[in-house]
Ligand binder design. Structure first.
Ligand code: TMP
Ligand code: MG
Length: 211
């Protein structure tokens, strides 16, 4: 018997209400139906102590300095890295709704320095693929529940979108940019096609780190 193949780390990124939750759920369902051990998670993970502070900030019941909330989002990823690594090495594919790039995009959109924002992400497990659901922020506002949380304002989302575009231009080797305005079925089809090609390739490669 050969060594256990590791799972893949697949990340979804994009503005609020761009369809990440739906698409990550559908991809996870598809992979599970193919017998691939798969788990879903999202950042921020609001269930930890730090996650609860983040939740208070996002729901506007707590104010924090920009640097402080930025670092808390990062810590929230670091506190889960051991668990994620263990699962990946045991062969479980992880579908993650938001990751380090959200950390950078939302903070840089506030006017913070790009390199400063990226620094605490270095060393986290590098995703094998990022699906960037690119949406026009004006259209996002039409989606239900938009506007309930702190960052859900069209003008702010436009700036977030511009930072994502910048990250995409640097990370295009493993980023897949997709037009989020097509139907959910079309989007799922495109994502499934890419994921199915990717999985057998990456699972024999060692885990890499964000650098
Ligand atoms: P959610 O809507 O996916 O639950 O994410 C909550 C908000 O937090 C969303 O507006 C994006 C933002 N965010 C950051 O600002 N930094 C981060 O590191 C993460 C993961 C999310
Ligand atoms: Mg949201």
């Amino acid at each position: 018997m050969g060594p256990i193949k590791r799972g893949a780390l697949i990340v979804f990124e994009g503005c609020d209400r761009s369809g990440k939750s739906t698409q990550s759920r559908r991809l996870a369902e598809l992979l599970k139906s193919r017998g691939i051990p798969t788990e879903s998670l999202n950042f921020p993970d609001r269930s930890t102590d730090i996650g609860q502070v983040i939740n208070s900030y996002l729901t506007n019941s707590k104010d924090l300095q920009d640097e402080v909330i930025h670092l808390l989002f990062s810590v929230n990823r670091w506190e889960l890295m051991g668990k994620l690594r263990q699962k990946l090495l045991a062969g479980t594919t992880l579908i993650v709704d938001r990751y380090s790039y959200s950390g950078v995009a939302y903070s840089v959109a506030k006017g913070m320095d790009f390199d400063w924002c990226y620094a605490p992400e270095r060393g986290l497990i590098k995703p094998d693929a990022v699906f960037y659901l690119r949406a026009v922020p004006d259209r996002l506002a039409e989606r239900s529940e938009f506007g309930e949380e702190r960052y859900e304002k069209v003008e702010f989302q436009s700036r977030v979108s511009a930072v994502y575009d910048r990250i995409f231009s640097n990370e295009s080797t493993y980023w897949h940019q997709l037009d989020a305005s097509v139907t959910a079925d079309e989007l799922h089809f495109l994502i499934a096609e890419i994921a199915e090609k990717l999985l057998p390739k990456v699972t024999t490669q060692p885990l890499d780190k964000l650098s």
